[in-house]
Design a protein around this ligand. Structure first.
Ligand code: NDP
Length: 438
């Protein structure tokens, strides 16, 4: 860790992600010295390549704006780099390195042949016109195009990058390269996208919670859930949860949380989707529309719930939030977001021995269906909704089984953190050993 900190100063999120993985892996590596001799742990914490670039564009007032673009190509041992693009003002090198590092293990867990990467920009799409977003995306892709390709590096969406942004990025790539390929995932259905891709991360997080509960002979039926965020992952988490008989009672955004004890049913969710994806409004309006509580500047973790689905951003559950969740009887945490729990919060879950599904396992459904989108693009053949959904369910089951195989403790408690970290590591590490010192 001292080496990581010295080499990557001022990148606390990256240090946090590596530390968490190293804690699980070091005992395993001690038992398997081949990984130690080949310095696999040190090698996976060093990106294969980091690209940083200027993104100049012109706003609606005719003024020049300048953002910074990034792509971290972290590891290609088991497949081409794969991982999302994030457009958010907080984006910096350390955040993207943490996300790229997590992505390597997550992609390995999916069982599909995908390496890991991540990218994005400190551009904030909030409050920008469609034309401004388009001009930004075109400028971003004008540089990024030379580093990516359907067999090299295949970006997707993340915070601030949804269907609209992927469309503009894809249009510019196609125009520059004069080729129609599956270079991005999360595309529209009419131009190479996969059914279930928009739903996949949220659905996957719910399927993972279901798998964890099934080990205890329980299910999501009748469970009350706190969900954070109100973007892509949160919306489809609520949808699948409701379908499976659970009840979501919260949603949030960076300004606050709504609490609707009656439950966010299909009709209310449709309204949220229109609010967030089309009107691009604030979640506060939900409380005004449906007459429920709104907690300005607060996160959802103080409400009574059986299950929590953090689906907004990193470090959104701290130690005291975790203690409140446990005190209120929450039995399951399934992370739709990446690294939403601080290390102290994770300690609280593990000590209380509740079911805790870390992001790299619980939210892997998104990238898994991105992998399926790549397969369909290569075959030039779209699959049905049922086909993709059943593959997604099977992948989430497999990931859960991998976690059991590597994370079951002597008293029967499943430590999904160890399970996911070791399970994701082995495949990448063995591939790196086979490929020599590269
Ligand atoms: P969206 O941009 O669609 O939604 C993000 C949501 O989180 C918004 O409600 C946003 O509120 C809120 N949010 C973002 N940043 C913050 C912050 N700093 N503090 C409080 N709230 C915040 O993103 P996604 O739903 O796609 O992503 C959510 C999480 O899921 C991220 O951690 C992402 O990395 C992870 N993830 C996403 C995948 C995908 O397929 N999309 C795959 C795997 C993981 P506001 O509008 O106010 O900013």
């Amino acid at each position: 860790m001292a080496g990581i900190k010295a080499k990557n100063p001022s990148e606390p999120e990256f240090h946090q992600a590596v530390h968490e993985v190293a804690e699980s892996l070091i005992p395993y590596i001690e038992e398997n010295p081949k990984y130690k001799q080949a310095k696999i742990l040190e090698r996976i914490a060093e990106p294969e390549r980091v690209i940083m670039f200027r993104v100049p564009w012109i706003n609606d007032k005719g003024e020049v704006e300048i953002n910074r673009g990034y792509r971290i190509e972290m590891n290609s041992a088991i497949g081409p780099y794969k991982g999302g693009l994030r457009f958010h003002p907080t984006v910096n090198l350390g955040i993207l390195k943490f996300l790229a590092f997590e992505q390597v293990l997550k992609n390995s867990l999916t069982t599909l042949p995908m390496g890991g990467g991540k990218g994005g920009s400190d551009f904030d799409p909030k409050g920008k016109s469609d034309n401004e977003v388009m001009r930004f995306c075109q400028s971003f892709m004008t540089e990024l195009n030379r580093h990516i390709g359907p067999n090299t590096d295949i970006p997707a969406g993340d915070i601030g990058v949804g269907g609209r942004e992927i469309g503009y990025l894809f249009g510019q790539y196609k125009r520059i390269k004069n080729e129609f390929t599956g270079v991005l995932t999360g595309k529209g259905l009419q131009w190479g996208g996969s059914l279930i891709r928009p739903e996949a991360t949220g659905y996957g997080a719910v399927y993972f919670a279901q798998e964890m509960l099934a080990v205890k002979g329980d299910s999501l039926k009748g469970k009350i859930a706190a969900v954070s965020g109100s973007g892509n992952v949160a919306q489809f988490t609520v949808q699948k949860l409701t379908e499976l008989g659970g009840k979501a009672v919260t949603l949030s955004d960076s300004a606050g949380t709504i609490y609707d004890p009656a439950g966010i049913d299909a009709e209310k969710l449709a309204w949220v989707m229109e609010l967030k994806n089309i009107r691009r409004g604030r979640i506060r309006e939900y409380a005004e529309k449906f007459g429920c509580e709104y907690y300005e500047g607060k996160r959802p973790w103080h409400v009574q719930c059986d299950v929590a689905f953090p689906s907004a951003t990193e470090n959104e559950i701290d130690k005291s939030d975790a203690e409140t969740l446990v005190k209120n009887g929450c039995q399951v945490i399934s992370e739709g977001a990446n690294m939403p729990s601080t290390p102290d919060a994770i300690e609280v879950y593990l000590e209380a021995k509740i079911l805790y599904g870390p992001g790299k396992a619980a939210n892997a459904g998104g990238v898994a269906v991105s992998g399926l989108e790549m397969t369909q693009n290569s075959m030039r053949l779209p699959w049905t909704r049922e086909e993709v959904d059943s593959r997604l369910q099977q992948i989430m089951k497999n990931i859960h089984q991998t976690c059991l195989d590597h994370g079951k403790e002597s008293d029967g408690y499943v430590n999904y953190v160890n399970g996911a970290n070791i399970g994701g590591f082995v495949k990448v590490a063995d591939a790196m050993l086979a490929q020599g010192v590269v």
